[in-house]
Ligand binder design. Structure first.
Ligand code: 2IT
Length: 444
């Protein structure tokens, strides 16, 4: 090949200085597909990879709003429309103080391959704002969402770009965003997913990311002749993804012993079940973004300013945010007997941690494990187009089928002796369809 991999990465870094999360996400994919790319002159001639790392469009805008004291606040809004080879741009909106263009570009880039893996007709996109819902009132959140949508509405649409939730954007925020879109366009349409059940939402969408992640982990375990029943699991985060994963793990007979927040982690050796799972919804609705109240409510142990990976478990499922498992955490997990890590957060492990898992335990990346969320978003779009609502069993059966097929794709492209390289499997499996579609659609 004319360009070597180091040159490719060096070019990327030169063109996108300081975008560290984006570089991390691209490097992982490029390393996985480079061999395959090298054997396909058709792809090289069409500069498929070079085009894939350049978003089709990036929109950045001012979001002014007035807080409860009457003071004017200014945030920055974004939508990265990354790749539309397979369908309308699709991906969540993240509202969090840490949001930068680099983070949204890494998420939009990953989303393209994840959406391809679902087999549903969705391109990749991501957006959000550095607005933090922490400590805000419902009224402030509504006014922020309305101002955000007052600019975003002109760029999106049910056949163009269909946002959904991510960190800091749940049912409440989707409601406010949808209301403003409907008012501005005078159109009731499936422009967002994660909607309320009474107004176009799909059953299972709130649970889908967590349920799908556990279905995927079960497939990994079954391949090894194991099952999640009877296993102890550590989970990070306490939001929507953690909630769905914990519910499904309990249903299948596993036990979850940890949760975490920006303030630290809780260890509940009895297991997080029953009322304790419902309590997570209250914690999220409080807008405080701390997990410690769980320990007070249920008499569990709280460990300040630490991550839950020091707790000995059989399985780890990060459900919070990027780079939440580093090399030290990875070594600690393996040393304490953990044999499987299924990443429900996007890029939950650092590149060093992923490298360490490669030679030790079974590890699967977020773009495969957490694809159930966007998959059910895709099913919500189908239901909206048909103007019908499928029953719970139908959506769940489709979700299970999709997770099964994603696991098969990873096994198919990721064979590495007796082990499966899930990183390679997910990246190559996701890449092939996008590459073929881009090739067919010409130089656009
Ligand atoms: O990271 C993700 O896949 C999501 N936040 C869900 C995106 C979606 O469109 O449902």
């Amino acid at each position: 090949m004319k360009t070597d991999i180091n040159e490719f990465i060096a070019n990327l870094e030169r063109r996108t200085p300081g975008e560290n999360e984006f570089h991390q996400a691209v490097e992982e994919v490029v390393e996985s597909v480079w061999g395959f790319y090298g054997k396909n002159p058709r792809y090289q001639r069409a500069k498929i990879l070079e085009r894939m790392v350049e978003p089709e469009r990036v929109i950045m805008f001012r979001v002014p709003w007035v807080d409860d004291r009457g003071e004017v606040q200014i945030n920055r809004g974004y939508r990265v429309e990354f790749n539309s080879a397979l369908g309308p741009y699709k991906g969540g909106l993240r509202f969090h103080a840490s949001v930068t263009l680099s983070i949204l570009k890494f998420l939009g880039f990953e989303q393209t391959f994840k959406n391809s893996l679902t087999t549903l007709p969705m391109g990749g996109g991501k957006g959000g704002s550095d607005f933090s819902p922490k400590g805000k009132t419902d009224g402030e959140i509504m006014r922020f969402c309305q101002s955000f949508m007052t600019e975003l509405y002109r760029h999106i649409g049910p056949n163009t770009d269909v946002p959904a939730g991510d960190i800091g954007v749940g049912g409440r925020e989707i409601g406010y965003l949808f209301g403003q879109y409907k008012r501005l366009k005078n159109e009731f349409t499936g422009v967002l997913t994660g909607k309320g059940l009474a107004w176009g939402g799909s059953l299972i969408r709130p649970e889908a990311t967590g349920f799908g992640a556990v279905y995927f982990a079960q497939h990994m375990l079954h391949r090894l002749g194991k099952d999640i029943a009877g296993q102890t699991v550590s989970v990070s985060g306490f939001g929507n993804v953690a909630w769905g994963a914990i519910s499904k793990i309990n249903e299948l007979g596993g036990k979850v012993v940890t949760l975490s927040g920006p303030d630290g982690y809780i260890y509940d050796k009895e297991g997080i079940a029953g009322d304790k799972v419902d309590y997570l919804l209250e914690l999220r609705a409080s807008n405080n973004d701390i997990v410690e109240p769980y320990a007070e409510e249920f008499g569990a142990k709280f460990v300040a300013d630490k991550r839950p990976w020091e707790v000995p478990v059989d399985i780890a499922m990060p459900c919070a945010t990027e780079n939440e498992v580093g090399l030290v955490d990875a070594k600690e997990l393996v040393k304490n007997g953990c044999t499987l890590l299924a990443e429900a957060s996007n890029m939950g492990c650092t590149a060093e941690a992923v490298g360490y898992f490669h030679n030790t335990i079974d590890y699967a990346p977020g773009k495969a494990v957490n694809a159930g969320g966007v998959a059910v978003s895709g099913l919500e779009m189908s239901q909206n187009s048909m103007r019908i609502n499928w029953p719970r069993e139908e959506v769940d059966a489709r979700l299970q089928g999709i997770m099964h097929d994603i696991h098969d794709t990873c096994v198919n492209y990721g064979k590495n002796g007796a082990k499966i390289d899930y990183v390679k499997g997910a990246n190559v499996g996701g890449f092939v369809k996008v590459a073929e579609a881009m090739l067919a659609q010409g130089v656009v």
